[in-house]
Design a protein around this ligand. Structure first.
Ligand code: FAD
Length: 392
């Protein structure tokens, strides 16, 4: 009988890895409670009213048709010594190798005042779905002349350019529909991904709408009061009509339960096999990992899913895993016809995924509108391609 691999999490990382492992001929079981997966990439366009949420939603039926066993339950525990995953109903799955791709959990204990109840008033919208539509409704209900606040966390977190793409697309909505409104970014950092490109675009497109307050100017939010819609920073407090708190995060809960996350809340892995450094026979991919220079993106999770599946295939066949090179590209929309991107290539150096110097880079500064429009087309084409490859 063929070896069995259990994959927990049917998002970009897990679904990719399961598909590749099945292609190698293994008995693959994918554990994912949600009947529908709502993808985060392009969900900022949903907030701006440029896309329906349905365009973000995918089912696992096509994966099931490849012969992968789909178990629509939550994994709650792992017994590494027995190589067994326990599900929410007490049922258990034995494995030869386990892959965890649980994505992130919001740390509801990290920002005073921001607990799960607060997220119903001040949505994070950092897991796409209900939270996305809630934030969209709040933006629609806001009167012209209102203030929107976005409060991004310090590093590391899911999708480094995401908060700034969000600010851009919400600003686009305000500019076209509620032009007297303002958008304030209260940031826990002094710099961010594609910063020069974003700031140049904001100067050109949204000069009187977006204001960015970095950490060193007192931007870091240290306390939240959902009742009065107030964010407290080091020197000040700010009230907003619509407030999007993007709180600190950590690897999804099952990572803690499996003993593969460290004190940082994230999971150290071997960059050749993505096997956990803390538990043998358990691999971790996607946002949950500490992946050196690689950002937490769907592109990265997909690339890691393929590398991990190839390594497991070799390991289960008694062959040595092959040293990988991984690629990431993140597109961001600044307006519907204005895209920018950052790309990188990574390889293991002394056990750490490291940027290959001279490879990758960002979109050029000062490019003409036609160039930005082309990248906006690429952004959507990338999304169509990756979701067709993973879920189609
Ligand atoms: P996820 O995609 O979150 O999948 C995790 C899955 O695991 C979920 O389906 C969950 O239900 C399941 N799960 C969790 N725990 C359990 C359990 N115990 N048992 C069973 N199942 C479980 N990335 C890009 O590349 N490009 C972009 O343009 C981009 N834009 C973004 C915009 C926003 C606003 C946000 C928030 C993110 C964006 N990202 C983007 C990042 C991208 O969404 C994530 O990096 C990606 O989803 C990570 O994949 P993953 O497999 O690690 O986790």
């Amino acid at each position: 009988t063929s070896a069995r691999v259990v994959v927990v999490g049917g998002g970009f990382g897990g679904a990719t890895c399961a598909r590749e492992l099945r292609r190698s001929g293994f008995d693959v079981v994918l554990v994912e409670p949600g009947p529908v997966y709502t993808a985060c990439p392009l969900s900022n366009a949903v907030l701006a009213g440029l896309r329906p949420i349905e365009a973000q939603q995918f089912r696992l039926d096509a994966l099931e048709r490849t012969g992968i066993g789909i178990v629509r339950k939550r994994a709650v525990r792992v017994a590494p010594e027995d190589r067994r995953v326990v599900l929410e109903d007490g049922a258990a799955l034995d494995y030869d190798r386990l892959v965890l791709s649980p994505g992130i959990d919001i740390r509801f204990d990290a920002l005073p005042g921001y607990d799960e109840a607060a997220s119903a008033v001040l949505p994070h919208a950092w897991k796409a779905g209900e939270q996305t539509t809630l934030l969209r409704r709040q933006l629609e209900a806001m009167e012209d002349g209102g203030t929107v606040i976005i409060a991004p966390p310090s590093n590391p977190f899911r999708c480094p350019p995401g908060p700034y793409e969000r600010a851009s697309l919400i600003a686009h909505y305000l500019k076209t529909r509620k032009p007297r409104s303002k958008l304030l970014i209260l940031d826990a950092k002094d710099s961010f991904s594609k910063q020069r490109l974003f700031q140049a675009a904001w100067q050109a497109l949204y000069p009187n709408i977006i204001e960015w307050v970095p950490l060193s100017s007192g931007g870091k939010v240290i306390e939240v009061d959902p009742k009065t819609r107030t964010l407290v920073t080091d020197f000040d407090s700010h009230t907003g009509d619509v407030i999007n708190v993007i709180p600190p995060q950590r690897a999804g809960q099952i990572a803690q339960a499996a003993g593969v996350s460290d004190r940082s809340g994230w999971c150290p892995v071997d960059p050749v096999t993505f096997e956990s450094r803390l538990q043998p026979n358990i691999h971790v991919i996607g946002d949950a990992t500490i992946a050196g220079g690689m950002p937490k993106s769907a592109f990265s999770a997909n690339a890691q899913g393929k590398v991990c599946a190839a390594a497991i295939t070799n390991l289960l066949r008694g062959q040595a895993p092959v040293e990988p090179k991984l690629v990431n590209t993140c597109y961001s929309l600044v307006a519907p016809d204005y895209g920018i991107s950052v790309a990188g290539v990574y390889r293991p150096v002394n056990g750490v995924l490291t940027d290959v110097e001279g490879a990758g880079g960002t979109s050029p500064m000062g490019a003409p509108p036609s160039f930005r429009a082309q990248e906006a087309v690429y952004a959507e084409a990338w999304f169509k391609t990756i979701t067709a490859e993973v879920f189609g």
